[in-house]
Design a protein around this ligand. Structure first.
Ligand SMILES: [Zn+2]
Length: 351
């Protein structure tokens, strides 16, 4: 019986629609960010998360870890967790469910997780699906504005923590289109053969990328060990950036590296493709963690320790540009996932 339940759980995990870096990816980025936050920022973040209607659920699930960290890690996967939560509904597919106290509504907002920019502009190319780019900016604005209702800011924070991670997943920023304009929906519609997954060798390309950070049950000591290894291999490179740049980096990586060149039908993942993809994914989730820390410090660091005026006046807002400190010129010949100690991400413009 126990074996059957485990098998069923594993099957469900493996057949749910691909959506984002899996839970391991989001927890890794969140832990990296948390480790780089000052006590004042951590306290302000925890105080705001406490006002989220699902805070008690996060507390209950996050046993073992330090309470502030435990709820922060749970909040990082919340926008994916609600995909399986019957309190919520998917707009366009389901009838709205009753709005519960503390929520603006119960929509799952699936289109917030991605922006499917086409890899190649063709005459048939339509406007990209998804809202990741503009939602990131809106969430930053909401959290920066002390005049906004606390419940609205509490709702925005898990989304921001999560979407910073998604913006670093190459196939959350790009789609390949056929000549007649058909999108592969960020690789969701492209089946591949993955010989490195013995149990489930057939999966979508999107799912392949989502799962690269590790098993979704990665937690506690193993999560800490993974973070330690990743931050050692991919140290912070300095400089800062904007959500638009993260998405542009992801698009460029997707364009050059995310699709296997195999002639097989469906395409087979080769050892060299797998090794490179793993390295890219490791680099991107680590980079997302550093950038999340920087963004959260700009939004939450107490005024006295940040050396700036208090931002508490109603209606006063911190501009998103506050975390746009410095953008280094991209190196056109660099391989973006290499741990070189210097920023080495390609960009199509700006410098
Ligand atoms: Zn997501």
């Amino acid at each position: 019986m126990g074996q059957y339940v485990l098998l069923l759980a594993a099957t469900l995990l493996c057949t749910s629609p691909a959506a984002a870096w899996n839970a391991a990816g989001h927890r890794i980025s969140a832990l990296i960010a948390w480790q780089r936050l000052d006590p004042g920022s951590r306290a302000a973040i925890t105080a705001l998360l406490r006002q989220h209607p699902d805070f008690a659920r996060w507390q209950a699930r996050g046993k073992g870890a330090e309470p502030g960290l435990a709820t922060f890690l749970e909040a990082s996967t919340w926008p994916d967790d609600i995909r399986r939560d019957q309190r919520f509904y998917s707009a366009g597919n389901e009838e709205p469910t009753p709005t519960l106290p503390g929520f603006p509504d119960m929509e799952r907002r699936l289109e917030w997780h991605y922006i499917d920019r086409p890899l190649d502009m063709l005459p048939t190319t339509r406007a990209p699906a998804g809202e990741l780019d503009r939602r990131l900016n809106m969430l930053v604005s909401t959290l920066a504005n002390q005049g906004v209702q606390p419940s609205e800011r509490a709702y925005a924070l898990p989304w921001l923590i999560h979407l910073v991670g998604d913006a670093h997943q190459p196939l959350h920023a790009a789609s390949r289109h056929t000549a007649d304009g058909e999108s592969d929906n960020g690789g969701n519609a492209l089946l591949i053969t993955n010989p490195f997954n013995m149990r489930h060798p057939s999966m979508s390309l999107h799912r392949y990328w989502d799962d690269l950070p590790g098993p979704p049950w990665l937690r506690d000591d193993r999560l800490a060990g993974t973070v330690s290894a990743l931050t050692e291999r991919h140290p912070p490179t300095g400089g800062s950036s904007t959500p638009a740049l993260w998405i542009e980096e992801s698009w460029l990586i997707a364009r050059r590296y995310a699709y296997p060149e195999s002639e097989d039908k469906p395409p087979t993942i080769s050892p060299s493709f797998h090794e490179r993809s793993q390295e890219i994914a490791n680099h991107r989730i680590t980079q997302a963690g550093y950038r999340l820390a920087e963004l959260l410090r700009a939004l939450f660091r107490p005024a006295q320790s940040a050396g700036r005026k208090p931002a508490g006046a109603p209606g006063e807002s911190l501009r998103p540009a506050m975390f746009h400190v410095k953008q280094q010129c991209p190196n056109a010949n660099a391989e973006p996932w290499r741990a070189s100690g210097r920023r080495a991400v390609q960009s199509v413009g700006g410098c």
